[in-house]
Design a protein around this ligand. Sequence first.
Ligand SMILES: [Ca+2]
Ligand SMILES: [Ca+2]
Length: 226
Amino acid sequence: MAISLAKGQKIDLTKSSGESLTNFCVGVNWGAIVTEKKSFWGGINKEVQDVDLDLSCVLTDASGELVDYIYSPDYNGFLEKNNLPLGKLSTRDGALKHSGDDRKGDLDGDDGLDNEIISVDLNKVDSNVDKIFFFLNIYLNQGQNFDFSHVPYAKIRMYEGTSKKVNTVFANYDIATNSSFAGKGALILGKLYRRNNVWRFDAIGDPTADKIFLQTLTHILSNYAK
Ligand SMILES: [Ca+2]
Ligand SMILES: [Ca+2]
């Protein structure tokens, strides 16, 4: 039975077999925005707006300093121009890998599959990494004409398998949209963290008003990582 996480809940990564969960995927599933409008003739017209969310992560040491990150290389033109670190889809230690960009969200209702996935091998994580934060941003160039209160659902889950195949789901965290998400373009989903050299997970679930992932990364470094 998968664990159903509530906001702020902290769990250790022990499977029902008693073994530790070390190789798993962190997947995020979300939907496009569907608006139903009554047509002039009385029927219902469905309008679908793509939702491009970007899943990223940032790794910090025990004092909260940046060690590594994963964020989309799609921004590299902008980052290069501004002398900022370029995007990449894996960590230097090879422990975390991103499945690649999904630009639409589920167009036809919840398909039960994750749209972006980061695979994790805790055995390969560099020894000075203490926390790994996962976060979601609405893609910068999407006009910012919606926020997280409009995105129909965003769910995070940890499961054993690959980016293409789910074997066993360890934990689900269903982040329901609510009015506190209005005006927010980013969500800090949760963090893996070491406690006495054992990895645990904390379901954070905080929305923030950041416009771009670099602001969320900075926000995490100053407010969550210390
Ligand atoms: Ca995306
Ligand atoms: Ca999906």
